[in-house]
Design a protein around this ligand. Structure first.
Ligand code: FAD
Ligand code: NAP
Length: 347
């Protein structure tokens, strides 16, 4: 392996623990580890990985991965930084953000500039660059709603490519980067279109309730952000305190006729109109009904306040958490006949 071919600014480390690089806090190692801070560094590192046939794992905030074993390739930690206004008029602003920027920092920066569009996505952990991976979403807003385009480096060739919204094939917690383009691109920047006036989305009941609690009758985007932050802090375990990767499963959408049968058998089922003409079931409710909520299984379990979130109570292995996830999925299938898909990326 010729490490002299690497950009002189990058440092190749060997046998590095990944414990601080994943929010589950799983203590596995990677054979090689490099942090990249510029496009030049990245292109040199990608070429190095191809020349040496190293499989790579791109890590941003590590808040949507479950590491089940030591990684035998090269982990690339994304530290590409920078935010630029590309264009603006009286109504809108186009902002290009490097993929290694923190997502929540980007949201707060937008609010500080009085731009709206991402306030409902406040406090989602992780990097900007991982956002398009699963079209991050919360409280009725998805990344695709403010997305214009992204730039990515093709791993095999080092070529910089642009993906439009259509080319990203965004869906519910889905994109081309989780499917056919998986492991083929390193997203380097994302360009968003934000509004200069507030166009708020407060259709999720919890936001309205929280705004009422805050005595706010005419909210602005900062108020909505504060409401979302307050709800999230009251409901979700902080990964710095209790290892987790947010919702472990996606909410499944089922055809209307299947839903009608399910509703006849389980009248309390929680469901909302889906994006594809069916009904979206609250996976948390399905899991809770199977008796998993708050249950401890070894060093892991489903969280007491939010059944969708699997947690590491200390010392859990990725394999243990993965096995729990599969057992939960199996029991939901047995009780309700519904498949729940894992949202977290398993390695
Ligand atoms: P990582 O975990 O580092 O990576 C995730 C995947 O993307 C990996 O496969 C990785 O290889 C790949 N990847 C990362 N960066 C790049 C890149 N630049 N180019 C190509 N591939 C890349 N998600 C939501 O959608 N909505 C929520 O409301 C939400 N709430 C959460 C709350 C908590 C407490 C936690 C812990 C997680 C939550 N998540 C939520 C999940 C997670 O925060 C998001 O999916 C986030 O976008 C992951 O970012 P990351 O940088 O940590 O990604
Ligand atoms: P919640 O408010 O307890 O609601 C349970 C589920 O019902 C949510 O998953 C949500 O689906 C759905 N829902 C609620 N109100 C809805 C409405 N008015 N219209 C359509 N669907 C509705 O959910 P929560 O777990 O506390 O999460 C709140 C929000 O944060 C959700 O949007 C959730 O996706 C997001 N979140 C995501 C993660 C993650 O890791 N992916 C982690 C924490 C929170 P949706 O999930 O489709 O919105």
């Amino acid at each position: 392996m010729d490490i002299n071919s690497l950009n002189s600014k990058v440092v190749l480390q060997e046998n590095v623990s990944l414990k601080i690089y994943n929010t589950f806090g799983i203590d596995v190692t990677t054979k090689y580890f490099i942090e990249v801070k510029s496009l030049d560094e990245l292109q040199s590192v990608l070429k190095f990985s191809v020349d040496n046939s190293l499989s790579i794992l791109i890590v941003g905030g590590g808040s949507n991965i479950l590491l089940t074993k030591n990684f035998e390739g090269l982990v690339i930690l994304n530290s590409l930084k920078g935010k630029t206004v590309v264009e603006q008029n009286h109504e809108q602003v186009k902002v290009k953000t490097a993929s290694g920027e923190g997502w929540h920092d980007f949201v707060i920066w937008s609010l500080d500039n009085n731009w709206s569009g991402v306030e409902n996505l406040s406090l989602i952990p992780g990097s900007v660059g991982a956002g398009p991976m699963q079209n991050i979403g919360a409280y009725g807003v998805e990344l695709k709603d403010v997305f214009l385009e992204l730039e990515a480096v093709e791993i095999m060739t080092g070529r910089v490519c642009t993906f439009t919204k259509e080319e990203c094939h965004f869906g519910y917690r889905e994109s081309i980067f989780k499917n056919v383009a998986k492991n083929k691109y390193f997203i380097t920047s994302v360009t968003f279109l934000l509004n200069k006036s507030d166009e708020l989305k407060t259709s999720y009941g919890a936001i309205k309730t929280e705004l009422d609690k805050m005595n706010i009758i005419h909210p602005n985007s900062r108020d909505v952000s504060n409401a979302v932050i307050a709800i999230r802090q009251s409901k979700l375990p902080n990964p710095k305190v209790l290892g987790n990767a947010g919702s472990f499963f996606k909410n499944p959408e089922i055809p209307m006729e299947n839903f009608n049968k399910l509703k006849a058998e389980f009248p309390d089922v929680i469901a909302f109109t889906g994006a594809n003409g069916g009904m979206k079931l609250a996976a948390g409710w399905l899991i809770e009904q199977c008796g998993w909520k708050g249950k401890l299984v070894g060093h892991t379990g489903s969280h007491k306040d939010q059944a969708l979130v699997l947690v590491n109570y200390g010392g859990a292995t990725g394999k243990e958490i993965h096995e729990l996830a599969l057992a939960i999925r199996e029991s939901v299938k047995t009780k309700f006949g519904v498949d729940i898909e894992l949202e977290v990326n398993i390695y």
